[in-house]
Design a protein around this ligand. Structure first.
Ligand code: AMP
Length: 283
């Protein structure tokens, strides 16, 4: 398995593969890989002849007070996991390789980026779209794999690809959870034992909401209240947002209908965790 931080080298290798008629899957990550990432890679390996995993903690998608410096990193461990599973190449650039000192071109979007995580992370999605666009240019893959764990990101990337005519298929993959229901996340490593236990409230509140919807409730307010009440019962938890939106437009819904995304962000102590579920064709 090749590991390269050099854009030209990666481009040349991918070009060679394309000339050989091989199909290519791309899995963009920030590293510190867990089973969530591995599920994307496994699917990519199944569906493509070659798979490139990018590992890049993208400074542009972090706000000034966020966890860029403390974000967990372990390339050796990540590389061993990638090699074992059958990844063809890791692209692991330094920030200076991705962003020249006078870098000033951005990819941005209005509409889908303002709600949910966009409210408390105003520069986040511009950073995500810009880096993903760059990755799509560096690794012109047939398919790119994104987790539903970051549902708003998935919706934004799909829209960006449609609007800007990127020649790549976006594959959304289900959320992988710990046995007790906590969605896998590199940020779970920030939690101490007490907080790790408290973090179960995210999945618990979503399960309560799902049950309420299954019993026939269609009012977004009732769903949000149900989630809020569950979260409030956990002293270490504080909701950042609880939203019910259309999954394709990320516009808030009053009544559940169509493709519905129920998404939450919750602080457990200082750690902000996200989780969600999607229901298709609700009527
Ligand atoms: P990250 O390294 O956190 O930027 O995540 C890289 C990719 O892995 C994104 O497309 C995420 O949505 C996806 N991902 C992260 N956690 C999970 C999970 N628990 N289940 C499925 N996909 C995930």
């Amino acid at each position: 398995m090749k590991i390269s931080g050099n854009i030209k080298e990666v481009r040349d290798i991918v070009k060679e593969w394309k000339q050989q008629g091989l199909s290519i899957g791309l899995v963009p990550t920030m590293g510190y890989l867990h089973e969530g990432h591995l599920s994307l890679m496994e699917r990519a390996i199944k569906e493509n002849d070659r798979v490139v995993v990018s590992i890049f903690v993208n400074p542009m998608q972090f706000g000034p007070t966020e966890d860029l410096a403390s974000y967990p990193r372990d390339l050796d461990r990540d590389a061993a996991l990638c090699e074992k599973i059958g990844v063809s190449m890791i692209f692991h650039p330094e920030p200076s390789e991705m962003y020249a000192d006078d870098f000033c071109s951005y990819v941005d979007m209005s509409g889908l980026t303002e709600e949910l995580c966009g409210k408390s992370r105003p520069v986040h999605f511009r950073g995500v779209q810009t880096v993903v666009s760059k990755l799509f240019h560096i690794v012109p893959a047939n398919r790119a794999y994104f987790g539903q764990k970051d549902a708003q990101q998935l919706a934004i990337i799909r829209r960006m690809v449609r609007d800007l005519n990127f020649d790549i298929e976006i594959i959304g993959c289900p959320i992988i959870r710990e046995e007790d229901g906590l969605a896998k996340s590199s940020r779970n490593t920030y939690l101490n034992t007490e907080e790790r236990n408290a973090a179960l409230i995210l999945n618990k509140s979503l399960t309560n909401a799902k049950n309420l919807i299954a019993s026939g409730e269609r009012s977004a307010k009732q769903i949000k209240d149900c989630i809020q009440e569950t979260i409030m019962a956990e002293p270490l938890a504080k909701a950042d947002y609880i939203e019910v939106v259309n999954f394709d437009t990320i516009k808030p819904l009053e009544k559940l209908n169509g493709n519905v995304l129920v998404a939450i962000a919750v602080f457990i102590g200082k750690t902000r965790l996200i989780d969600n579920f999607i229901l298709e064709n609700v009527n």
